[in-house]
Design a protein around this ligand. Structure first.
Ligand SMILES: Cc1cc2nc3c(=O)[nH]c(=O)nc-3n(C[C@H](O)[C@H](O)[C@H](O)COP(=O)(O)OP(=O)(O)OC[C@H]3O[C@@H](n4cnc5c(N)ncnc54)[C@H](O)[C@@H]3O)c2cc1C
Ligand code: SF4
Length: 333
């Protein structure tokens, strides 16, 4: 039976593969012209530095081999009881799985860091892109020597209405710091953090290795502001909260570890009577336990980061769980 899947990131692709395996007829509707979602922009993945393409390409090949229908460059505008309304018209289905993912926090909203205004202030997503392009350089083309990473940009921050922890940015910051050490063996690298949250398998070990084997320095304190100084450098002001002293440092490159914010499509989904958002604007699942891939409607399901920040592995697991839930629901019809 036909099942519509909104979004062709890793969660949407895996939901489609699992549903096909269960004998159903999934169709992925993706607003961009290519599948893969955010994963397309990443270089190597934590925790074991797997090249991102080694995860994505086999999934895309399976989609092609199994001739799963994909409607690319098509935006879903509304969820209805018998399908979805898209920018190309209505697609009817018996069930819908919402895999519309997350948005990257817009770093320009934290004006005090000068993103988009000062040279050499970049985001973690920009750094992934530079790595994919095979060149990491300052605005004048030279190599950075002193690099600072700032954790929690657009997360755990009342001022920008993002109270939640984005979960993946501490480990991304540690991963990127280690990668920078490999690109620039003689550089000085500092990570400014509020708390280090290394919750997953192998993450704590990675954090230790960053300190002990790669010489990354971790400073507990939030950078209060950044300002441009001569020669394209950036001066940062922070407080080292472990020793209780203010700190000023001039760096060549400041990397903002931007958080995961609720997807902009979510407000549309709540126009469908019965679906709602949590306080942080991610979609609210039926419950946090046995119903975590179900919505408040019997024929609408969720998988991946549409409901909260998650890793790729967690998003894939949810996709498999959602497909099983959909199959069980379709059997009741
Ligand atoms: C900087 C950074 C680095 C990361 N690195 C790692 C890592 O190394 N390892 C790891 O495990 N995780 C990592 N993650 C997390 C990882 O990116 C996510 O777990 C993963 O992308 C979630 O996939 P998703 O399918 O839920 O969402 P997304 O990747 O956001 O995909 C959602 C898709 O839905 C589409 N869509 C949205 N709205 C609509 C609509 N209305 N109609 C049609 N299509 C729509 C979007 O275009 C998109 O293609 C990182 C996250 C960040 C922020
Ligand atoms: S994972 Fe780390 S950097 Fe990201 S919001 Fe949580 S504490 Fe901050």
């Amino acid at each position: 039976m036909k099942v519509t899947i909104i979004g062709g990131g890793v969660a949407g692709i895996q939901t489609a593969l699992a549903l096909k395996g269960l004998g159903h007829d999934p169709v992925i509707i993706e607003k961009e012209d290519t599948l893969g979602g955010k994963l397309r922009g990443w270089h190597r993945l934590f925790p074991v530095m797997t090249p991102a393409r080694d995860v994505l390409e086999p999934m895309l090949k399976q989609l092609r081999d199994q001739q799963i229908e994909v409607m690319a460059s098509t935006e879903v505008q509304a969820i209805e009881s018998d399908g979805v309304v898209t920018s190309r018209g209505k697609v009817e289905s018996r069930a819908t799985v919402v895999c519309s993912g997350f948005d990257l926090f817009d770093a320009t909203l934290k004006e005090e860091y000068g993103y988009g205004i000062y040279d050499n202030v970049i985001t973690s997503a920009d750094l992934e892109q530079m790595m994919n392009n095979g060149k990491i350089a300052l605005a004048d083309g030279t190599q950075p020597h002193r690099i600072a990473f700032l954790h929690c940009v657009g997360s755990r921050d009342e001022k920008v209405q993002q109270r939640h922890c984005s979960k993946v940015c501490c480990v991304t910051g540690v991963k990127q710091a280690i990668e920078m050490r490999r690109w620039f063996p003689h550089s000085e690298i500092y990570n400014f953090y509020m708390d280090i949250r290394m919750f997953g398998p192998g993450y704590e070990e990675m954090y230790r290795s960053a300190q002990q084997e790669h010489g990354i320095q971790f400073i507990r304190g939030r950078i209060s502001e950044a300002a441009p100084v001569k020669g394209g450098k950036v001066q940062i002001k922070a407080e080292d909260t472990l020793v209780g002293r203010p700190l000023k440092m001039t760096v060549d490159m400041l990397v903002l570890l931007i958080g995961m914010t609720a997807g902009c499509s979510n407000s549309r989904w709540t126009e469908c009577t019965g679906l709602s958002q949590s306080d942080s604007h991610f979609m609210r699942p039926l419950d946090m336990f046995e119903g975590n891939v179900r919505s408040e409607l019997p024929n609408v399901f969720y998988a991946g980061t549409v409901t909260s920040p998650k890793t790729i592995g967690e998003s894939l697991n949810e996709a498999n769980a959602a497909a099983m839930r959909v199959a069980a629901y379709l059997e009741t019809l």
